[in-house]
Write a protein that binds this ligand. Structure first.
Ligand code: SAM
Length: 343
């Protein structure tokens, strides 16, 4: 038995187990109503950059009969679950397997030049986090994988093997804001050299060897290390920067971008991008947080911050050289700016 509690090996899976995981894809959508309300959904084309279980997409499609959604996800399991859930919407829903950092390519392949809104609900889904075989959590033993897309890229174990002590410490410091990064990196690399860095249990054990088992502020000592390595494996912040950059080109004037972030590294990037006044007009001046009821029902929503902005009129539109999109016409006369206060 390991120190992380339930330590049974769930991989490789049998076909029946695989089937059960697919049917049990349960992710509770965070701030669903807040997103839909602020996007002011009309007839038009929307992108759900983080399709997951399809919760935000379902809400977008239900909000207006003329709405079409292109849902993007790196995770083939998420796509399969969402396809089943969204089948009743027929051709109004299109899904794409890929990273949202490559959104222009995905949309070009579909012949879409601009969209009326983009939603991104960042990070990993509950099924990804809770499935020991994905290796994202220290709560159960699993292979040290952590890829959102298990069909490509470097696993966490491979990343740890490739980086030297200093580079690994930088990952822990920058992506986990881990102050004891050098000590932890040394212990991880030592375990790796001994051939003991292939499971989540071994990674947590190396962290504890470096800093001890005490929880700091109620948080497991391995939390920051796991977050940092997962962010590095999936290049989460690079992906977010790409998304924020391309959204300003893809969202049509009058269209909106809604981003839900779950930690300060993400929120900082979103805040900075949306503060570009030439490109975006804030819909939420300060980030919205989940209601008390949602935070009680879904602990994951407690760290969520939603920022929404509307694409400003480009110079050419201001000079009257381009027609407004259908969605813009629907929205004429609104232009609300909210200030919910930072909590
Ligand atoms: C929090 S979940 C989304 C849940 C979804 N909004 C719902 O309500 O069901 C995040 C999803 O985004 C996907 N994802 C994260 N980063 C991605 C990226 N750069 N490109 C594509 N998909 C990504 C993950 O695989 C995961 O399925």
């Amino acid at each position: 038995m390991s120190r992380v509690g339930v330590a049974f090996r769930l991989w490789p899976r049998t076909f029946e187990e695989e089937e059960q995981t697919m049917s049990a894809f349960e992710h509770r959508t965070v701030m669903r109503d807040e997103v839909i309300e602020r996007l002011d959904v009309g007839a038009g084309t929307y992108v759900d950059a983080t399709l997951g279980g399809g919760g935000h997409t379902e809400a977008l499609l239900s909000a207006h009969p003329g709405a079409r959604v292109i849902g993007v996800d790196r995770d083939p399991r998420a796509l399969a679950a969402a396809a089943a859930r969204l089948a009743p919407f027929g051709a109004r829903f299109t899904q794409v397997h890929g990273a949202f950092g490559e959104l222009p390519d995905h949309l070009a392949a579909l012949g879409v030049a601009s969209v009326d809104g983009v939603v991104a609900d960042l990070g990993v889904s509950s099924p990804q986090l809770d499935d020991p075989a994905r290796g994202m959590s220290f709560r159960a033993e699993g292979p040290l994988d952590m890829r959102m897309d298990p069909t490509r890229g470097e696993t966490a174990a491979e990343l740890i093997g490739r980086l030297d002590d200093d580079a690994l410490a930088d990952v822990l410091f920058h992506y986990g804001e881990e102050r004891r990064s050098r000590r932890i990196a040394r212990c991880i690399k030592r375990a790796d050299a001994d051939g003991q860095m292939t499971t989540t249990t071994e990674l947590r054990r190396a962290v504890i060897r470096a800093v001890g088992p005490a929880r700091v502020g109620g948080v497991d000592p391995a939390t920051r290390t796991f977050q940092a390595i997962r962010i590095a494996v999936n290049r989460e912040l690079d992906e977010l920067e790409s998304l924020l950059r391309v959204a300003s080109q893809l969202v049509a004037p009058g269209g909106a971008l809604a981003v839900i972030s779950f930690h300060s590294l993400e929120d900082r990037l979103v805040k900075r991008a949306l503060s570009d006044k030439e490109t975006w007009t804030p819909v939420t001046k300060k980030p919205l947080v989940a209601s008390d009821a949602e935070q009680r029902d879904n602990p994951r929503s407690r760290s969520a911050k939603l920022r929404v902005a509307r694409r400003s009129q480009g110079p050419s539109q201001e000079q009257g050289q381009a027609a407004p999109t259908s969605t813009m016409r629907l929205r004429a006369g609104r232009g609300e700016v909210e200030d919910e206060g930072e909590r």
